[in-house]
Write a protein that binds this ligand. Structure first.
Ligand SMILES: [Zn+2]
Length: 136
């Protein structure tokens, strides 16, 4: 589902990205993470692997992604999607249906519809789209 390539070059400074233990950032170890030290840009990995969860994010982008998750989760972590989008899709969980719906709203491929892959502008769109939908 998540096709983020492992980052080797920092998108902000073009510098080399290191694979480090998360204790370098959090003081405690939660596994590995990709880090550009000068930019304080990082991204975690899928548990027990070295596969990046998304693209490298600095503080501003991490905050934007948090906002996007906060609002989209109102839809993705409930059954609200069935009220927003009445179509029944066999075999699709509410969460996956919510992501499919979001991908259509944003005009991105369902495979690429992952907040960890989004830039700041897309995150802002996610907030707007989600708010509009759940406030109805
Ligand atoms: Zn950097």
């Amino acid at each position: 589902m998540n096709e983020a390539p492992n980052p080797d070059v920092c998108p902000y400074c073009g510098g080399k990205v290191e694979l480090v233990d998360s204790s370098e950032i959090y003081g405690r170890s939660y596994g590995l993470m990709y880090l550009c030290k000068p930019c304080e840009a990082y991204v975690g990995v899928h548990k027990g692997t070295d596969k990046a969860l998304g693209t490298l994010a600095n503080k501003e982008l991490r905050d934007a992604r948090k906002q996007a998750h906060y609002h989209f989760d109102v839809i993705a972590k409930t059954s609200l999607i069935n009220e927003i989008w009445g179509k029944y899709i066999p075999g699709l969980s509410n969460r996956n249906k919510a992501y499919l719906w979001l991908s259509m709203q944003l005009g991105v491929e369902p495979d690429e519809c992952h907040i960890a892959l989004f830039d700041i502008d897309t995150c802002k769109k996610v907030v707007e789209i989600s708010k509009k939908a759940y406030k109805k």
